[in-house]
Design a protein around this ligand. Structure first.
Ligand code: TUI
Length: 311
């Protein structure tokens, strides 16, 4: 079964969480364009997310979801609020949703955690989740160690539930590759940063377009809070702080605080511009509908080329 049938959407494409970026309005734009839009919870409290869910429901009649960032200080309240709101889908990131899965499943929500290892994927399957998103370290934001190319087929072999691929996917070639690895669909984030509807400062979008193949870096590897961002003064400063025994929580706050600086103020030098390695493939700002259509149609075209060429 393909992800679009599984979620009752047009394209087998889920939007990534994108803390401080993916509002209800943006998630609705993604869902209206045929993907699964997600409201991000990183940086928001439970009541703010409830408001965003309301906005999303006003702006779309298509399925949408919420991404629960498990390091959010208000995580317990958000998890409880999500039981009340009965959203279509909950994806989770940056931790294990163990405590909450049963309550969400009971109200009919599809639960799809992001995992960065085979062991986590198996643990999630035992918990009774509906699918997992196997996310490679090419992605933006909080990252694991494995690459998408290595992780996805290992997770596909290790679990019976459907697997969605994420990390390093921005065009049709990469989408076909993800399906060839056994994924039923993909999750994308970086290519949506440059959507016209994406509510980030234009400087952030321009930095994504300007970044080349080596334009991102992972900060926080040594302190246990690895986050991929566009290389700038902030990233260099963070890397320096890491060597000075600054507590993990403080570094996380620094990252989230400076994420807002990038998203709202457009501070491309001192803001934390979370983005994946695929930045180098992204060339222009476009409507979200065009980004999703080109990704899907591009994948179909690449697949037929592969079929004709054989190997
Ligand atoms: O969550 C993400 N990406 C994110 S979250 C985020 S907000 C943030 N801001 C500042 C500091 C940190 C985060 C930005 N980007 N991706 C999904 C993901 N989840 N990747 C890896 C994991 C993961 C890691 C550990 C999932 C589960 C896990 O479990 C640990 C355990 O054993 O409980």
């Amino acid at each position: 079964m393909r992800l679009n049938e599984f979620l009752n959407i047009k394209y087998p494409i889920i939007q990534g969480g994108m803390a401080n970026i993916a509002t209800g309005e943006f998630a609705a734009a993604v869902s209206n364009a045929g993907g699964l839009g997600l409201i991000a919870s990183g940086g928001f409290d439970a009541e703010r997310i409830r408001e965003e869910i309301k906005i999303c429901r006003l702006k779309t009649d298509k399925p949408f979801g919420v991404n629960l960032m498990l390091m959010n200080p208000d995580v317990d309240n958000i998890a409880k609020m999500l039981v009340e709101e009965k959203v279509d889908v909950i994806t989770t990131g940056a931790g294990s949703p163990e405590k909450y899965v049963d309550a969400w499943k009971e109200v009919g929500t599809k639960v799809i955690p992001v995992v960065s290892s085979v062991a986590l994927a198996k643990r999630m399957e035992r918990m009774g989740v509906d699918a997992v998103i196997a996310e490679g370290g090419e992605s933006g934001g909080h990252v694991g160690e494995m690459t998408t190319m290595a992780l996805v087929p290992m997770v596909v072999d290790a679990v019976e539930i459907p697997v969605i691929a994420a990390g390093g996917i921005a065009d049709g070639r990469q989408m076909v590759a993800a399906m060839a690895l056994g994924a039923i669909g993909v999750q994308v984030g970086t290519c949506l940063l440059v959507a016209e509807e994406c509510p980030i400062h234009e400087n952030y979008k321009l930095a994504v377009i300007k970044a080349k193949d080596n334009g991102t870096v992972v900060t926080g590897r040594s302190s246990g809070a690895p986050v991929r961002v566009i290389k700038n003064n902030m990233a260099r400063e963070y890397l320096k702080l890491e060597g000075q025994n600054v507590p993990r929580e403080e570094l996380e706050q620094l990252t989230l605080g400076s994420l807002r600086k990038a998203v709202i103020d457009g501070d491309a030098k001192m803001g934390s511009l979370m983005a994946g390695q695929v930045c180098g493939l992204i060339k222009e700002i476009k409507p979200v509908a065009k980004i999703l259509e080109e990704l899907y149609e591009g994948a179909k075209e690449e697949l037929s080329k592969l079929y004709q060429a054989s190997i």
